[in-house]
Design a protein around this ligand. Structure first.
Ligand code: BTN
Length: 248
């Protein structure tokens, strides 16, 4: 039987990036499905689109989870983003009782209009086989102010209470374990939850593409992770990086 997610947790004080650490383990042949790397501080934390992920020491959840993806087709890559996003929203909503938690396409987690968590998935592909995914998660937990980022928040800011980072991690890993097989057996339940939790779904939005702003309605996200926007009665689809979703 496969190891459960979180059966090994490697706790580090300082590291360049927990994602890099996980990738090194895979490259050295030391990785197992379900291993988790957690750090108090990252000197070179990685964000999406080559950005740096800043987080104060010891105040946030910074972790990477190694998943064996050999049971999945490469074409299902975005399903993994959906599963992770849905599990984070579920923890924040049901266990931490934070209001207005939603997913901002493609996979940022927001509390109302402020980002509370980010996800960076790095895939290890050999030939045409999806071997591993390294799922990096930065969840703002006990950070009182978000100096480096505008429009960001934390569990502390939202609830007024200090949360136990380890307990949040344990609950999250349990939920990931419970839902991992759902990706194989009933992926549509994940798709449905993702769509229902999507920020601004069915609402009028503005996007920026090549310095031009367009207005439309957010209709959904397809299986490949493209956003679907109805502009002048036509559904248009856009890739991540192709457009910017404008939030006020
Ligand atoms: C984003 O830009 O929204 C994604 C941020 C992901 C940050 C996490 S922190 C733990 C893991 N290690 C990294 O270097 N990045 C991810």
């Amino acid at each position: 039987m496969a190891n459960s997610i979180g059966h090994v947790i490697i706790d580090l004080t300082t590291i360049d990036s927990t994602n890099n650490y996980a990738i090194r383990l895979i490259e050295e042949g030391m990785a197992e499905h379900g291993m988790v790397i957690r750090a108090d501080y990252q000197t070179a934390g990685k964000g999406q689109l080559g950005n740096t992920w800043y987080a104060d020491e010891g105040k946030n959840l910074l972790c990477s989870i190694i998943l064996d993806m050999t049971a999945f087709k490469l074409s299902k890559q975005f399903l993994l983003n959906k599963y992770i996003s849905v599990c984070i929203t579920e923890i924040l909503t049901t266990q931490l009782e934070i209001d207005k938690i939603c997913i901002k396409w493609p996979n940022d987690i927001y509390a109302d209009k402020s980002k509370i968590a980010g996800i960076l998935i790095e895939n290890i592909i050999r030939g045409s086989e999806w071997k591993y995914a390294v799922v990096g998660i930065g969840l703002n937990v006990n950070q009182p102010k978000m100096e480096a980022l505008k429009k960001a928040t934390s569990i502390l800011i939202e609830t007024g209470k200090i949360a136990n980072i380890n307990q949040v991690l344990k609950k999250f890993l349990k939920l990931l374990e419970m839902n991992f097989n759902t990706m194989i057996n009933t992926p549509y339940t994940i798709e449905e939850k993702y769509q229902n939790t999507l920020l601004l779904i069915g609402q009028n939005i503005s996007i920026k593409k090549n310095h031009e702003v367009y207005d439309g309605t957010l209709s959904g996200v397809d299986d490949d992770g493209n956003i679907l926007i109805k502009i002048k009665d036509k559904i248009k689809k856009y890739r991540h990086k192709e457009i910017e979703l404008l939030l006020d």
